[in-house]
Design a protein. Structure first.
Ligand code: KG4
Ligand code: ZN
Length: 339
């Protein structure tokens, strides 16, 4: 089954053709990142306009690259939630039109489910159940992937997502948007014990995480140094910050893995590209003999191949939509609605 997949939830317009959830015939991305960088973050209105400008040509380019004709497309899939509402609507309306004109089913895909499915492309043998640590720009959660379409949230952030935190601290340090990659690079040259940053004491679900205190403490530290005219050791601050994020995430992930009894841990989302988090997870999984699934960097960030992969399994589960499909800015991963 060949699925034409559309992604437009944030600042990347993406179109892919994916067969049977695993074989990627093409994965085209038109990134708007350089434009949003001028403003230090994503400007939603600009994002919607740029998606509109890019999507038709990108879909043609994707079919040409895949050497697949419109008639060979068996279904159209689209990210319909969560994300920037105006941006999502561009993809949803394009997908509706495409499905209608091609006379094929329309498959709505939850963006975070798509991030998890990036692992199915990278690892053709990976099948649920497994635990997935999801680290995207807007979401941080530990998901029990019970089947391709049945998820349980074991832990989540009480406030900011890890990605948001990387980006905010990087912005205050004067690094270009999105700051995660620059923080990662800088951290490699720094001393992770140079700055002491707080770890919150949390009650309630022991698998929940919190990043806003760490973000505020890091930003205050930068501002205080500026006010006192002190020179910051930027690589060491990046390293100390990354260490604090890693200490928040990795022990809880290993605890969740032990709790589920699974021997398989996957990681997903843009922050899954972080080399320090990847290394720590590798070391911990090795200690307990668990298999670790780390998508290549190209599949960590937003793309449409991951949407096409998840769409196949949503289709098999009967999760298709009609022309009343609407986009939705927020939506939990475990309970989907379509209008
Ligand atoms: O999953 P994603 O592409 O978009 C969303 O669905 O939100 O994630 C983007 C996030 C940004 O916050 C970006 O700074 C972060 O992923 N990111 C990283 C790295 N590469 C991207 N964060 C830390 N280290 C990295 N190497
Ligand atoms: Zn994403």
């Amino acid at each position: 089954m060949k699925i034409l997949a559309i992604e437009s939830s944030c600042d990347e317009t993406a179109v892919a053709v994916v067969e049977n959830g695993r074989t990627v015939h093409c994965d085209c991305i038109a990134s708007q990142v350089a434009l949003h960088r001028l403003y230090g973050g994503v400007v939603p209105e600009i994002a919607s306009r740029k998606h509109m400008e890019a999507i038709y040509a990108l879909a043609d380019e994707a079919l040409a690259k895949a050497k697949i004709t419109r008639k060979e497309i068996d279904a159209v899939a689209v990210t319909y939630a969560p994300g920037l509402i105006g941006a999502l609507l561009v993809g949803v309306n394009f997908a509706k039109g495409a499905a209608l004109s091609l006379g094929v089913p329309l498959i709505p895909v939850h963006h975070i489910r798509g991030h998890i499915a990036a692992n199915y492309i990278a690892y053709p043998d990976l099948e649920p159940p497994f635990l997935c640590l999801v680290l995207s720009g807007g979401h941080t959660l530990l998901a029990d992937v019970r089947s391709y379409t049945d998820f349980a949230i074991l832990g989540t952030t009480r406030d900011d997502a890890a990605g948001e935190c990387f980006d905010k601290v990087a912005r205050v340090l004067g690094m270009p948007y999105p700051g995660g990659p620059a923080m990662d690079k800088n951290a490699s040259g720094g001393d992770p014990d140079r700055y002491i940053l707080p770890q919150p004491h949390m009650t309630g679900n022991p698998l929940d995480v919190s990043f806003s205190g760490l973000k505020t403490a890091s930003i205050n530290l930068i501002h205080n140094a500026e006010q006192k005219g002190e020179t910051l050791d930027v690589p060491s601050l990046c390293a100390s910050f990354t260490k604090a994020v890693t200490q928040m995430l990795v022990p809880r992930t290993m605890q969740a893995l032990a709790q589920t009894g699974y021997q398989k841990l996957a990681v997903a989302g843009g922050v899954a590209a972080n080399s320090h988090i990847r290394a720590e997870l590798e070391a911990e999984c090795q200690k307990v003999g668990a298999a670790l699934y780390l998508p290549p960097l190209s599949l960590c960030g937003d793309n449409a191949a991951m949407i096409g992969a998840q769409a196949y399994y949503e289709y098999l589960a009967g999760n298709v939509a009609d022309q009343t499909l609407n986009a939705c800015a927020t939506m939990p991963i475990d309970t989907l609605t379509y209008d």
